[in-house]
Ligand binder design. Structure first.
Ligand SMILES: Nc1ncnc2c1ncn2[C@@H]1O[C@H](COP(=O)(O)OP(=O)(O)O)[C@@H](O)[C@H]1O
Ligand code: SF4
Ligand SMILES: [Mg+2]
Length: 331
């Protein structure tokens, strides 16, 4: 059963040089309690995909141009008027951004900020909201939580600030949390603690998380399933172990091959040459064709290949390559 079903999502930015088709036909499903990772090079549409869910574009000239975003029991968020969607934000679906400072008000004490979120949506007293804020700080393992309630954001370390942001995201017990590179700005030890905290939360409450990252190590550590994006589209998806241990799309293979530490796993270390295509007028056919070592003449024409199961791969493991019909040809 899916908590979230995105179908054929298209999201556009209008820029000075034309319409940027940042997300161009993305479909994915997230189940309750699952951490779904989205990876891919910078600019491939990870953030645009996730920002489309709650239409949180931060004032950018963006719009959801097509597709459906079906949230179980709520309906199609893509078709929902702004006022109805505002009710979904925070309550059903919460967002954690990369930089905790942008999510926190620098002039307001931590305890009050968390309490405000609760007061806005629940009929509770100020004292009860403050008590709930304290409980949330405990939940996210903030040390000396009583004292932190009265701290301002700048008085906390980056790791503590991100815990506070997570506490705020958890405040209304959302069923889905979207975390856009939540640990990128943190050092490795803190990153590890935050990821463990998110994993713990999913396992204990059934909350689902979409975790955006450009770090395959992070995906490997905490995600259940994943999607690899390239130039506004998903090129491979499946269970994390399947995709990372048996990548089938040439782009995923190239990404993994370019990773340090993969040599011992028998893959040659070759950086991917070239850069992704522009998204104003992307080339026809497979968008990876100009960089693909296996490209054939017919790869560069017609519609972009859709996600298909490749013979011999595990159920739910799909990739978007015209070679999908040939068993393991890319080995
Ligand atoms: N505010 C904006 N205006 C115009 N284009 C944008 C804007 N934000 C992002 N884009 C474009 O949308 C595409 C996808 O961006 P994004 O979703 O941020 O990628 P990612 O999160 O994978 O790095 C990129 O080509 C980027 O240039
Ligand atoms: S469709 Fe062609 S160009 Fe694209 S990944 Fe597959 S082999 Fe490479
Ligand atoms: Mg991004």
């Amino acid at each position: 059963m899916s908590l979230l079903s995105i179908r054929n999502l298209r999201t556009e930015f209008s820029g000075p040089a034309g319409i940027v088709r940042a997300v161009d036909g993305v479909s994915l499903d997230v189940a309750p309690g699952e951490i779904f990772g989205i990876v891919g090079e910078s600019g491939c549409g990870k953030s645009a995909t996730c920002r489309s869910i709650l239409r949180l574009f931060g004032g950018a000239p963006a719009r959801v141009a097509g597709g459906q975003i079906l949230l179980d029991g709520v309906g199609d968020l893509a078709a929902m008027p702004e006022r109805a969607l505002a009710q979904v934000r925070g309550r059903e679906v919460a967002f954690i951004f990369q930089d905790p400072l942008t999510a926190l008000n620098p002039t307001m004490r931590i305890g009050r900020q968390i309490a405000e979120v609760i007061l806005r949506h629940r009929k509770v007293s100020r004292a009860e909201a403050r008590q709930a804020a304290l409980g949330l700080l405990r939940d996210v393992h903030v040390t000396s939580p009583e004292r932190r309630l009265d701290a301002y954001p700048h008085e906390l370390s980056g790791g503590l600030r991100q815990r506070v942001v997570i506490a705020m995201a958890l405040a209304l017990r959302p069923r889905l949390i979207i975390a856009d590179e939540p640990t990128t700005a943190l050092d490795v030890t803190v990153q590890d603690q935050i990821l463990r905290l998110l994993r713990e939360r999913c396992d204990s409450t059934g909350t689902a998380i979409i975790l955006i990252t450009h770090d395959l190590g992070v995906v490997s550590q905490v995600c259940d399933r994943m999607a690899v994006m390239y130039a506004g589209r998903i090129v491979e998806t499946g269970a994390v172990r399947e995709v990372l241990d048996h990548p089938s799309h040439p782009y995923t293979r190239a990404l993994l091959a370019a990773l340090p530490g993969q040599a011992s796993r028998g893959r040659d270390l070759v950086p991917i040459e070239g850069s992704p295509p522009g998204l104003i007028a992307p080339p026809p056919g497979c968008r990876f064709a100009p960089r693909c070592r296996l490209a054939r003449e017919d790869c560069g024409s017609g519609p972009a290949p859709g996600l298909l199961p490749r013979p011999g791969t595990a159920p739910g493991h799909l990739d978007a390559c015209i070679l999908s019909e040939v068993p393991d040809v890319a080995s």
